[in-house]
Design a protein around this ligand. Structure first.
Ligand SMILES: [Zn+2]
Length: 432
């Protein structure tokens, strides 16, 4: 497949100069050429020519933390603190979810992400092979891990499933699927279990994703039980000797942050989920000051309730300005970086993803700027972060393939997914 995108304003990265009236040529999965001015050569060698006049082309957004199938639980349990929310509402309902439910829920989550400009997402859940199937069929790019709760027999069999999952799906779907090991959190995985995961990660040569220091209570419990913060604990069991992305890190001490920086651990910052669950606000500026790699994430739709990375990007800029009473705290450029290259780096995919450069993967989105809230075009970067919204995404290209065209998904049946998702929820809540 060869594509020509022409007449676009191109934002190749958060720091590059904007290319006006630019073109992008793709060849297979990769970007072959980027330039400015009219395309002079023949166009008949392209499978498709896309006129992006009046639009902005930018790298696809990268969602570094989530549980896509939780789209099924959106709006089911709101306005509760994390532990109560998990134990009394989410876990009992999740227990009833079948493999088919996870497949449909993931399709719904992917559809929402694609239509709002996300081209790569991370997932940690169960029935993860169903997630892989939905990813394969949708044309999405993803980093998947079977979620692990590390207690007893079940913990051991889940670990075995995780090994099989990595063996089968690492590099699957033309390389669009990558894998990680996904121990849920230090409060659901005892230290010895985490030590085993670190060893497994080395053996299988895949990174690890884990929830860390999400709430004040989690940190207090960990200190009481082990005499260590969650960050100190995962360091001690050898987890941080491996490539790790830690989700949340809301309640981290300066010493924790020094450990994270020294070990090269990456962080998924989930501003909306942390706000909605009343968990707090992660010290993003302190992370960036220390050179820690940070990406943005939505977390699951039950705790957000959107899978909208434009919203995360805007929120990441806004809350830290407000919190620190400093409008310079997180700039538009920094927020855009976190949602693109920062995310790619946090998933250990930064070599080929996150910026638009010759030889990088052809994952990008076309944002329609012919909208009242995106005019006049003073500053394209600022518009993308502070003014643009999910609904402005017109086309989405992943791995050199058009997946969303004129706001329609070419790979998933939207009507069917809505119908099935509602049937599942009716069954779960015994409304039929
Ligand atoms: Zn999560």
């Amino acid at each position: 497949m060869k594509l020509l995108i022409e007449h676009a304003a191109i934002v190749a990265s958060a720091t590059a100069a904007i290319i006006e009236n630019g073109y992008i040529v793709t060849n297979g999965s990769y970007i072959e050429k980027i330039g400015s001015g009219e395309w002079q050569d023949a166009k008949d060698r392209f499978d498709q020519v896309i006129d992006a006049g009046g639009c902005v082309v930018m790298p696809g957004l990268i969602n570094t933390h989530g549980h896509a199938a939780m789209a099924l639980l959106r709006g089911y349990a709101d306005d509760l603190p994390l532990q109560e929310w998990l134990q009394n509402k989410i876990w009992p309902l999740e227990d009833q979810l079948t493999a088919e439910d996870i497949y449909v829920g993931t399709q719904l989550g992917i559809l929402e992400m694609l239509k709002s400009g996300t081209t790569c997402f991370t997932d940690m859940y169960f029935f993860e092979e169903q997630v892989a199937l939905a990813v394969e069929q949708s044309g999405m790019r993803a980093v998947l891990s079977r979620g692990l709760i590390g207690f007893g027999e079940k913990g051991e069999s889940a670990k075995q499933e995780a090994v099989e999952f990595v063996g089968k799906y690492e590099g699957y779907a033309n390389g669009r699927i990558r894998t990680m090991l996904g121990p849920h959190a230090p409060y659901t995985c005892p230290p010895e279990y985490l030590r085993g995961i670190a060893e497994l990660s080395k053996e299988l040569q895949v990174p690890i994703q884990i929830h860390l220091s999400e709430t004040r209570k989690e940190v207090a419990d960990c200190l009481q039980q082990y005499g260590k913060t969650p960050i100190q604990l995962v360091k001690e069991v050898g987890l941080l000797d491996r490539p790790v992305i830690g989700a949340h890190c809301v309640h981290v001490t300066d010493e924790d942050l020094d450990i994270i920086a020294a070990c090269g651990m990456a962080i998924a910052h989930n501003p909306n989920s942390n706000l909605k669950l009343g968990s707090g606000i992660a010290p993003l500026t302190k992370m960036l000051e220390r050179g820690i790699v940070v990406g943005l994430g939505t977390d699951g739709a039950a705790s957000n309730n959107r899978l909208d990375m434009f919203e995360e990007m805007r929120m990441a800029a806004m809350i830290h300005k407000g919190l620190l009473e400093n409008p310079l705290a997180i700039s538009a450029s920094t927020a855009l970086h976190l949602a693109t290259k920062g995310g790619a780096d946090a998933l250990f995919l930064g070599n080929s993803l996150g910026t638009l450069t010759v030889g990088s993967l052809a994952d990008f989105i076309i944002v329609d700027f012919q909208k009242p809230h995106l005019q006049p075009r003073h500053d394209i970067l600022a518009h993308l972060v502070y003014a643009a919204a999910a609904g402005d995404v017109r086309d989405v290209i992943i791995d050199g393939r058009v997946v969303i065209q004129n706001k329609a998904c070419l790979t998933l049946d939207e009507t069917q997914i809505f119908k099935q998702a509602n049937q599942i929820v009716d069954r779960l809540l015994q409304r039929q």
